[in-house]
Design a protein around this ligand. Structure first.
Ligand code: CO
Length: 184
């Protein structure tokens, strides 16, 4: 009788030991998995929000210019589907327009050198653009560091297949500060 009771006691102890350990192993991994899931889902939403403004940027373009006499664009792409194309020039530098002034002038590629020559003669007070120059399709103001200028271009003045240029008409700058205007 004594042996029988001690066997039951031993069995009960063994059961108790097993059941007290088992639940702890199951709960621990589950808690870690749920706490990691939340931050992973937030990241893709930020990317989608940043990309959204690009869709309605087809009828406008921003070009930046610097104290190092550079534009950050080699091409301005104008969609013929836009009646008005808004072109904005920003000067991200700090130098004044009298020493590091920038503008964007758009002409037919064939008119570029003559327009530059006449613009240079027109001088700083005229923003290095000859007044009432019919060859100038559009131009921004001449600006210095920290400034910006926007011009609205009537796209009916542009023909698909024609070669157009954009450049800064500040004397000497067009050697580097120039590019193509593509009408698409
Ligand atoms: Co310039």
């Amino acid at each position: 009788m004594k042996t029988y009771l001690s066997l039951i006691a031993a069995a009960a102890f063994a059961l108790a030991a097993c059941s007290s350990e088992a639940p702890k192993e199951e709960t621990a991994p589950a808690a870690e998995a749920t706490s990691e899931a939340a931050p992973a889902e937030a990241a893709p939403q930020d990317v989608a929000t940043d990309a959204a403004p690009a869709a309605d940027a087809q009828c406008e373009q921003v070009v930046e210019s610097t104290d190092q006499m550079t534009f950050n664009a080699k091409e301005i792409i104008i969609s013929s589907g836009c009646q008005i194309f808004k072109l904005t020039l920003k000067h991200t530098g700090t130098m004044p327009k009298s020493s590091m002034g920038h503008n964007i002038v758009i002409t037919k590629a064939a008119d570029e050198s003559a327009v530059l020559q006449d613009g240079s003669a027109a001088g700083l007070d005229n923003g290095f653009v000859k007044a009432n120059d019919d060859r100038v399709i559009a131009h921004t103001d001449l600006i210095g560091g920290g400034e910006e200028s926007t011009v609205e271009i009537d796209t009916s003045k542009l023909q698909a297949g024609e070669d157009y240029s954009f450049f800064c008409s500040f004397p000497g700058h067009a050697a580097i500060m120039k590019g193509k205007v593509a009408v698409k």
